[in-house]
Write a protein that binds this ligand. Structure first.
Ligand SMILES: C[S@@+](CC[C@H](N)C(=O)[O-])C[C@H]1O[C@@H](n2cnc3c(N)ncnc32)[C@H](O)[C@@H]1O
Length: 383
């Protein structure tokens, strides 16, 4: 496909998405129908669509309309592309710019986040609000976690480099490597296949690094999902690890991932049966507002009622999981959210319902170059 044909495809997909089709569904449907498109075409179209969704308000203002065409004109202008060289009207290319579209008058626009959520983000992020918004407009980094059970950070970097995957360290976590080039080769690399590295955001790694884990503890990951956190914990300590999820199907890849990492994790559908635990982690379902650069259409679909529903689920999880913690034990709470309702307010509400708990630390990581916006709190139960 020519660069112009890729833009025209992105325009059509964006129109579908603006009409209500989820972005992933629109993209996979197009890829299935378009056997002529190679992997580079698919990646380029996806990048166009996601760039436009990340910057939807500003791109629409700069492109003259909230349509697929307006968004692509706006995004290309923001990226310094000479738009008329793409909008040529030739075969498969977008039609030539109208007079209105050719004018570079920029309309009024708010930030690239739904307006109702801005005050909450500002409150949750404090002095990191502006930089976080800026990072939410850009592509997310690809981050790896080095599994120290299998080798050192230096050996992981060397092995990746042998396969032309360049990485650098991150201040967020000692185990984190940020991929600078060759990201598409990671899943086929020996370091990945042998369990020396896993894909994991650096902020998640920072949260796990802050947990008071010790060898011989009994540890429950109560919302284990694909197992990213429990595997990171197992990389840190030789404890006895249990994994639970309300939807056990989400843990289907966990046995293979644990085997690759060289660790043992016991899945349980009835975690109360093995209680008490010394440490219970609740990596709860949340708005994902700290990760919206990875899922930018979720940002525009998120509604106040979704936030209320999630806050209720999170409170219920905390109440249930706290029952499983031994006296003197630890309850850790984590979200990839930057909204205070899901974070510090949730912890304050929990403490007001449960007098026998205290909060040791709570940390809001902003959205940054290396990591997603992430919140974690460590609570202890009185003895
Ligand atoms: C943020 S994801 C977990 C991600 C995972 N810890 C990781 O690092 O890959 C939240 C998980 O909580 C699960 N969940 C939702 N409600 C739950 C509940 N009431 N009890 C336990 N798990 C729940 C969801 O199925 C989802 O897998």
């Amino acid at each position: 496909m020519t660069p112009a044909a890729r833009v025209q495809t992105a325009i059509e997909l964006l129109d579908d998405i603006l009409a209500g089709t989820p972005a992933e569904k629109a993209l996979t449907g197009w890829a299935r129908r378009s056997r002529f498109a190679g992997s580079k075409d698919r990646a380029a179209v996806r990048d166009h669509v996601f760039d436009a969704l990340r910057r939807r308000n500003s791109a629409a203002a700069q492109g003259g309309s909230l349509t697929g065409r307006g968004l692509m004109i706006g995004v290309l202008r923001q990226d310094g592309v000479d738009v008329p060289t793409i909008f040529t009207g030739q075969t498969y290319a977008p039609a030539v710019l109208s007079d209105g579209e050719a004018s570079d008058n920029v309309g009024e626009y708010s930030e690239d986040v739904p307006e109702w959520i801005l005050p909450f983000m500002r409150s949750g992020l404090g002095s990191s609000f502006e930089t976080s918004l800026d990072h939410l407009r850009r592509r997310a980094p690809v981050a790896l976690r080095v599994n120290l059970r299998k080798g050192s950070v230096a050996s992981a970097r060397r092995k990746l480099q042998d396969e032309r995957i360049e990485t650098r360290g991150s201040d967020l976590a000692a185990t984190a490597l940020i991929v600078e080039s060759g990201a598409r080769k990671v899943a086929q690399s020996a370091a990945y296949r042998d369990g020396l590295v896993e894909l994991q955001d650096a902020s998640s790694q920072a949260a796990v690094a802050a947990l008071p884990l010790e060898n011989d503890m009994r540890v429950l990951d109560y919302c284990a999902g694909g197992g990213g956190k429990v595997l990171a914990m197992a990389g840190r300590a030789k404890a006895r690890f249990f994994a639970h999820d309300a939807d056990p199907g989400r843990m289907r890849d966990l046995p293979a991932r644990a085997a690759r990492a060289g660790v043992t994790v016991t899945q349980t559908e009835a975690p109360a049966g093995q209680a008490p635990y010394d440490l219970v982690l609740c990596d709860v379902p949340c708005s994902g507002s700290g990760t919206w650069r990875r899922t930018p259409d979720a940002k525009w679909r998120f509604q106040p009622a979704d936030l209320d529903r999630l806050v209720g689920i999170q409170a219920g999880i905390l109440d249930t999981a706290s029952e499983f913690v031994a006296k003197g034990g630890v309850l850790a709470y984590a979200t990839c959210s930057v909204l205070p309702q899901e974070n510090r307010d949730q912890i304050a509400d929990f403490l007001s319902r449960h007098e026998d708990w205290r909060c040791e630390t709570q940390t809001q990581l902003p959205v940054s170059r290396d990591g997603d916006g992430f919140f974690f709190a460590v609570l202890t139960r009185n003895t």
